[in-house]
Design a protein around this ligand. Structure first.
Ligand code: GDP
Ligand code: MG
Length: 238
C-alpha cells in the first residue's frame, strides 16, 4: 500500500458508508484504515461487511473509546508496519472533503507534512457556530504564541505525513488526545526539521452524527502547548 487514509471513528454509522464510497471512488488507488473504538452504533460491523468486497479496506478495533490521539498512534504504527509511504489523517464526518486528497498528494511532493488549513485564505469554515469558530481561531493564536510553531491552523485534523516524518519522531512519546494531539504531532515534526506545508481547505461542519469535542479536550490542549515548550527548552523533546 502506498497511500493510506486513517479514519478514526466513534459512532459514525451514518457517515462511514458514503465516506468509503467517496474515498474508493477517487481516481487513484488508496487504502483506508478505520480505527473504531467499539462504537455502540455498530460502525465497525458496517466496515466488516464492506471488507468482504473491498480488499483495500482495513479495520482496527479497540475495545472502548480511548481517544483520537491514541487511535491515530495505533493507526500510524499499522501504516508503518504495512509499508505505507503517504499517510493521511481524516475525520469521518465529511468536515474534510475526500476530493481534496489529490491536492495533498501534489503538495507533499516538496514537503514532509501537508496540513489542510482553515485559516490561510481568510477563514474557510462553513456552518460552525460562531462560538466554535472563535474557540478554534483563538486556540491557534495561543498555540502559535506559546510554541512558536509557524502555522495558521495547528489544530486541524486533515493531514498527510510522509513515512519518514512518522519514523523520525518518537510516536511513543506523543501523549495528547484531542486538539493537543494535532499540535503535538506538528510541533515534534517541525522541531525535527521536517518541512511542513499548509494548503487551504474548506471545512464544513458535520452533517450527521454528533461531535465528540469536550471541555477536557480544550484543557488538555491548553496545557499541552506549555508542556511542549518546556520539553523543548530543557532539551528533552525527543
Ligand atoms: N476511534 C476514535 N475516534 C474518535 C474518538 N473521538 C473522536 N473520534 C473521531 O474523530 C473524528 C473527529 O471527531 P469529531 O467528533 O468530529 O470532532 P470535531 O470535528 O472536533 O467536533 C470523527 O471521525 C470521530 O468519529 C475516539 O475517542 N476514538
Ligand atoms: Mg467533526
Amino acid at each position: 500500500m502506498e497511500k493510506l487514509v486513517i479514519v478514526p471513528t466513534y459512532n459514525e454509522r451514518e457517515n462511514i458508508t458514503p465516506l468509503l464510497d467517496r474515498l474508493f471512488g477517487l481516481p487513484f488507488e488508496l487504502h483506508v484504515l478505520v480505527v473504531d473504538d467499539g462504537s455502540p452504533d455498530g460502525t465497525a460491523t458496517i466496515v466488516q461487511e464492506r471488507q468482504k468486497l473491498e480488499p483495500r479496506l482495513h479495520l482496527l478495533q479497540r475495545p472502548g473509546k480511548m481517544g483520537l490521539g491514541s487511535a491515530y498512534r495505533d493507526g500510524f504504527r499499522y501504516a508503518l508496519d504495512h509499508g505505507a509511504e503517504y499517510i493521511f489523517e481524516m475525520d469521518a464526518d465529511f468536515s474534510h472533503d475526500p476530493d481534496a486528497i489529490g491536492s495533498f498528494l501534489d503538495a507533499i511532493q516538496d514537503a514532509d507534512i501537508v496540513l489542510g488549513s482553515r485559516y490561510i485564505q481568510g477563514v474557510t469554515v462553513v456552518n460552525w457556530p460562531l462560538s466554535r469558530l472563535i474557540l478554534s481561531y483563538s486556540a491557534n493564536v495561543y498555540s502559535r504564541l506559546i510554541t512558536g510553531l509557524p502555522l495558521a491552523d495547528a489544530t486541524g485534523g486533515f493531514k498527510c505525513f510522509r513515512r519518514r516524518a512518522l519514523e523520525g519522531i518518537r510516536l511513543d512519546r506523543v501523549k495528547s488526545e484531542g486538539y493537543g494531539f494535532q499540535i503535538e504531532m506538528s510541533f515534534r515534526c517541525w522541531k525535527r526539521g521536517f518541512r511542513i506545508k499548509e494548503i487551504p481547505i474548506l471545512f464544513v461542519d458535520r452533517r450527521a452524527g454528533v461531535s465528540k469535542m469536550s471541555r477536557r479536550i480544550i484543557w488538555e490542549a491548553a496545557g499541552m502547548v506549555w508542556h511542549l515548550r518546556w520539553l523543548d527548552l530543557t532539551g528533552r523533546l525527543e
